[in-house]
Design a protein around this ligand. Structure first.
Ligand SMILES: C[S@@+](CC[C@H](N)C(=O)[O-])C[C@H]1O[C@@H](n2cnc3c(N)ncnc32)[C@H](O)[C@@H]1O
Length: 823
């Protein structure tokens, strides 16, 4: 649920301060003082929580009140409210609440009876009815799109449409093309309610699919007698010819107003269904909007109409558009078949080659990871790789929200690729946007980050166009307040799915509450893998992806702080690999948040963000250690940071040694400890001590190199790596194999683990233990491969800066021969 400007909470605050909350502008200004978007300094967490609580209490109180009859707002007042100069579109912070309980209409218009404003009750959803109305003011966008309407009796009302696809940052030109004055609408099962800032009633449309745009030939309009006259002054006079619509569409296209362009081309098609250029243009627009199913549908219709005349210009364009849309839909064989209809055409050849590459990736699970990595480095990169599913099954399981988990259907080795999954929707932080809306999620009681809010908008766009996405959303866990998820994978065949006929009419009824639930419990932060640098992270680096994504199969995986699989993201793709050897029927768990975070923080994140208590072995052990030791561990860890980058001296050494002892002490030796040796904080302490020894070695001699190596070995052991040969001199125990147990895998892995191993290599290399250095270098490559994959090529790309710093560039080039497969 959301409010046009701000909640009643602000209205209440204002009245308690003796201020008028009647005026939307002053309310917006007030909102900007109290509510700030994610990322800016805000009122305290307590104030924030109190504000949400107050909002929920008021909403609950309001919904417990009976519906009332109120007089319709006088028409003049509506006209005054929506006069263009009444609104300041320049910015300010607006607040909107999402994730509240709400309904949406599932009944087709034909099954509903007409109702007028005078018959409507405030605080009531008018089930079984629709309101026929027409737009009488210019539309205005705030959090919602607002405009005035009148019904056939001449009564007026303010309408606020939330969540309308593609219009989150719409300009007046966008909105005018869609909600221009005179537009006829039917609002299915309308809800009439009191505005947050006063007693004025308004019509609130939360699910944009409740809105039906009525063309002039719609039978509902015929025979209606409008109290205020048959026509009203229109802001846009509808064109009379397909050609004129085509020109308007082209102007919107040029200005990148895709949705408005699609609406114009559609109007033209309605006037002249045989105007192929309009369909081809619309197909192109749909492609820009990533509405590939609709883009294909248009191209296919042109193909059917023009026949197999390969010289025909329309045929040529239609084939390449159809092939391209099939390619982006992931229907690679169909794309090849389509493109093969014009084998000599260069564009078609391109789609054939690309689709063949994708088919190969899909079948083999082998990818050119190095190129993929390079491509993923541009901000919010949308990669072109195929999805892949390894030996996995989704099965029912007890004691987890949603009741399902992912399992391996055969034995797999550590590092084996389990899935490559493309995001259904992504959201990226938009720092250019000079306006901001704070979305408060009433499910998690937190403000949505701007990237999560963007993801939510994109998901609604996807749902609008593609009913298969609707099936996935229905099959995702959406929290305890939504109906249980449908079985996964969705079973309905694509053949029976509804397709978009008109961009203004969605292919499915949109359940906004489920969208919010699904987003709350199934969002992944997509921080693409980056090259490893030793320097600090530049927060303003445009390369730093600030994206989130929603996925299908990965959303079936449950969390463990000590997971059986690692995941990384490349642009909009998520890749999951086994973190250790897994036996058939073992569960595939992943980390929703880093397992090296302090216990208290992990516990809180699991509960407040995903609504569960983690019972993984790491959490059980931390629980057994108790709050006091966990806190001491945290305190000790914060001390590591004070000596980072400080030049070596005796004090640094003493503190580093003490740190190891202090942290070790916080891992008590109880019975359960035998089940798991992972001690993330100890990794940091040993790793830090190793670096201090490394610096000491530079000044005081090679014996400290040995100590540095020993400390790094202890560090990686604290992450679950089992070392089989810790020798530094003499005979190598297992001359041809790595010095670690490759079946165990580091179940607790990040880039730091590989860096620690590279420090071992550096010291061995400096000690001239070249064979051992070689085996440890291969260990670093192996560990990287377990989580990231990609073989030596990607390894060199990611680690080249650090290899240079450690003086290992040439050594690495000599040792790591490009021989391993890049799966
Ligand atoms: C992304 S879904 C995971 C799949 C989910 N189990 C399902 O059936 O759809 C996230 C939800 O799964 C549940 N979940 C995930 N990990 C869990 C765990 N370790 N213990 C209990 N519930 C868990 C929580 O309810 C969480 O909100």
């Amino acid at each position: 649920m959301s409010y046009p400007l701000d909640s009643s909470v602000l209205a209440e605050m204002m009245s308690s301060m003796g201020m008028s909350s009647q005026n939307p502008n002053s309310l917006a200004k007030m909102a900007s003082r109290f509510n700030r978007p994610a990322g800016t300094k805000s009122t305290s967490a307590d104030d924030f929580t109190a504000q949400i609580r107050l909002f929920k209490e008021r909403a609950a109180k309001d919904s417990a009140l009976p519906p009332v009859k109120v007089d319709p707002t006088p028409r003049e007042e509506i006209l005054l409210t929506f006069r263009p100069e009444a609104y300041d579109e320049s910015g300010g912070v607006r607040t909107t609440y999402v994730g509240m309980k709400q309904s949406y209409s599932r009944l087709p218009l034909e099954d509903l009876k007409q109702i007028n404003i005078s018959q409507m009750w405030v605080r009531k959803r008018h089930e079984g009815y629709f309101l026929l109305c027409r737009v009488i003011t210019q539309p205005f966008r705030n959090v919602a799109i607002g405009f005035g309407v009148e019904d056939v009796e001449g009564n007026a009302a303010a309408v606020y449409v939330y969540n309308f696809p593609t219009l989150t940052y719409a300009t007046s030109a966008d909105m005018d093309a869609i909600f221009s004055m005179g537009t006829m609408l039917a609002i299915r099962e309308p809800t009439y309610k009191l505005s947050a800032w006063g007693s004025d009633p308004m019509l609130r449309v939360d699910s944009p699919s409740d809105l039906v745009f009525l063309g002039s030939d719609n039978s509902i309009i015929h025979g209606q007698s409008w109290e205020s006259g048959a026509t009203i002054g229109r802001s846009l006079t509808p064109h009379k010819s397909a050609k004129a619509w085509r020109e308007s569409g082209a102007a919107h296209f040029k200005a990148k107003r895709w949705f408005a362009a699609a609406v114009c081309f559609t109007n033209g098609i309605e006037l002249d269904p045989n105007e192929h250029i309009l369909r081809l243009n619309r197909s192109e627009v749909y492609m820009r909007m990533a509405w590939y199913r609709s883009a294909f549908q248009d191209a296919e219709k042109v193909l059917l109409a023009v026949g197999d005349n390969i010289e025909d210009l329309f045929f040529r364009s239609a084939i390449s558009r159809a092939a391209k849309s099939l390619y982006y839909l992931g229907e690679y064989s169909n794309a090849i078949e389509m493109a093969s209809r014009r084998p000599q055409d260069q564009e078609c050849q391109k789609w054939c080659i690309k689709a063949s590459d994708r088919l190969r990736e899909q079948a083999s699970g082998e990818y050119d990871w190095n190129s993929i990595f390079q491509e993923s480095q541009t901000a919010s990169a949308q990669l072109e790789i195929a999805e892949f599913t390894g030996p996995l099954q989704v099965r029912d399981m007890k004691n987890v929200g949603g009741g399902r988990g992912v399992f391996v259907s055969k034995d797999v080795n550590a590092g084996e690729l389990l899935m490559v999954s493309k995001a259904i929707a992504t959201g990226t932080e938009n720092r250019q946007q000079n306006e901001s809306t704070m979305f408060i999620n009433c499910i998690t009681n937190r403000a949505l980050t701007t990237k999560d809010a963007a993801l939510r908008s994109q998901l609604i766009e996807r749902l609008w166009e593609e009913s298969p996405v609707d099936l996935i959303i229905k099959a995702l866990y959406a929290g305890p307040d939504c109906s249980p998820p449908a079985p996964y994978p969705p079973s309905q065949s694509l053949e029976n799915l509804k397709l978009l006929e008109n961009p203004l009419q969605p292919s499915t009824d949109i359940d906004i509450m489920r969208v919010d639930g699904a987003c709350s419990f199934n969002c992944f932060g997509l921080d693409s893998l980056k090259p490893i640098n030793t320097g600090s992270i530049d927060e303003n680096d445009p390369q730093l992806d600030r994206s989130s994504g929603m996925f299908s199969l990965p959303s079936m995986c449950n969390h463990s702080c000590l997971p059986s699989a690692h995941w990384v993201s490349f642009g909009n793709f998520m890749c999951v690999r086994a973190s250790r050897n897994l036996q058939k029927d073992e569960e595939v768990t992943i980390q929703y948040f880093p397992g090296h975070l302090p216990f208290g923080m992990r516990k809180q994140m699991a509960l407040s963000n995903w609504g569960f208590k983690c019972r993984c072995i790491l959490c059980e052990l931390d629980k057994e250690d108790g709050e006091k030791l966990c806190r001491e561990r945290e305190d000790a860890m914060s001390r590591t940071r004070q000596d980072i980058g400080v030049r070596y001296d005796g004090g640094v050494m003493r503190r580093a040694l003490k740190l190891v002892e202090d942290v070790r002490r916080t891992y008590s030796d109880h019975e359960k400890r035998g089940q798991c040796n992972v001690k993330p904080a100890l990794f940091n302490a040993h790793h830090h001590l190793a670096r201090v020894y490394g610096e000491r070695a530079l000044m005081e001699g090679t014996q400290f190199r040995q100590s540095s190596i020993e400390e790094e070995m202890k560090a990686v052991e604290a992450l679950g790596v089992v070392i089989l040969d810790r020798g530094l001199s003499g005979k190598i125990k297992r001359n041809s194999s790595l010095p670690i147990d490759m079946t165990q895998g580091p179940t607790h892995m990040n880039d730091e683990c590989v860096i620690a191993v590279l420090h071992i290599v550096q010291q061995l290399y400096a000690l001239d233990k070249l064979r051992r250095a070689e085996l440890w270098l291969k260990t670093a490559l192996y560990l990287e491969g377990v989580r990231v994959g990609g073989g030596w090529h990607l390894f060199q790309t990611r680690y080249c800066v650090i290899l240079e710093e450690l003086g290992l560039t040439d050594f690495t080039r000599d040792i790591l021969i490009p021989s391993e497969p890049t799966n």
